[in-house]
Design a protein around this ligand. Structure first.
Ligand code: SAM
Length: 273
């Protein structure tokens, strides 16, 4: 079978369980062959040998069991970085890239700012800030030792500087004063867990998804560690933006704004201390 035929068959098979079947099939084949996705297209008529087919079959079988593609590949792109990803932490999402964009906007022009990333997971937000704002000093916390170990691997992989701390946000936030506190806290209600796609529910860490009161806890604690006029930037679940903005106003934050993600959903709330 050629690359073109194999891709067609795998896409048909994956379409039963994935909305992104064709892209999944291409990413997995590129990985199995050690090529880029674009190279598959320039080599459409090349036949695959048995060992290549065997390797690809096992990757497709994992995806057919709903394992997320980033976990199968072991790495995933986030802004300008390629991060190691696995079941120890949440897969960084496109909407979180917008969180980083808002942070960079708030830090623009600030010389050697100090920032805190609360619930860092893979380290995605903290590392992207370190990568994209020269001179920023970033601390990142998480209460999951597993997630922090993965974040440590990503710090090493990227060659960027981020200070990692094992810390529970319910105990308040460490250090400061900060120019910026950013968080993508767990915001799925326990009752909504069953409604999540199996790809998410069965593979990603529940401590990264489900959190009762985590957003409020970050917002309350951030007041104690932000510099006067420092910014709090929060990712929120779909439908949670206006109530979060009201919460921030009630806590004394000012200049609250909401930013939509690329699909038009209100997903980022920020305000000044
Ligand atoms: C939604 S994930 C975000 C991961 C990463 N920042 C991102 O945007 O891809 C939430 C993270 O918060 C961490 N977390 C949950 N509860 C926490 C707590 N009480 N204290 C510290 N970290 C917590 C989880 O371990 C998880 O890594």
């Amino acid at each position: 079978m050629t690359i073109g035929e194999v891709l067609r068959l795998a896409s048909e098979h994956l379409a039963k369980t994935s909305e992104t079947a064709r892209v999944d099939a291409e990413l997995l084949l590129a990985n199995a062959l050690g090529r880029s996705r674009i190279e598959l297209y320039t080599d459409f008529d090349r036949p695959l040998d048995e060992s290549e087919l065997g390797a690809y079959r096992s990757l497709v079988a994992r995806r057919a069991r709903r394992e997320p593609v980033p976990y199968i590949l072991g790495e995933w792109g986030f802004r300008r970085l390629t991060l190691s990803v696995d079941a120890r932490a949440l897969i960084p999402r496109p909407e979180t890239e917008i969180v980083v964009e808002r942070c960079l906007e708030r830090l623009r022009g600030v010389d050697r700012p100090v920032a805190l990333d609360v619930g860092t997971g893979t380290g995605a937000i903290a590392l992207a800030l370190a990568d994209e704002h020269a001179g920023v000093r970033v601390t990142a916390i998480d209460f999951s030792a597993d997630a922090l170990q993965l974040a440590r691997e990503n710090v090493e992989r990227s060659g960027l500087e981020v200070q990692l701390l094992e810390h529970d946000l319910r105990d308040g936030l460490p250090g400061g004063p900060y120019d910026l506190v950013v968080s993508n806290p767990p915001y799925v209600e326990p009752a909504d867990l069953d409604g999540l796609m199996p790809d998410v529910r069965e593979y990603e860490p529940h401590v990264a998804l489900v959190g009762v009161g985590a957003t409020e806890a970050v917002a309350r604690a951030a007041r104690d560690v932000l510099r006067p006029e420092g910014w709090l930037v929060l990712e929120v679940g779909d439908g949670q933006a206006s109530q979060t903005l009201e919460l921030l106003e009630a806590l004394g934050y000012a200049e609250g704004t909401i930013t939509r993600d690329l699909t038009g959903r209100e997903r980022v709330v920020e305000a000044r201390r």
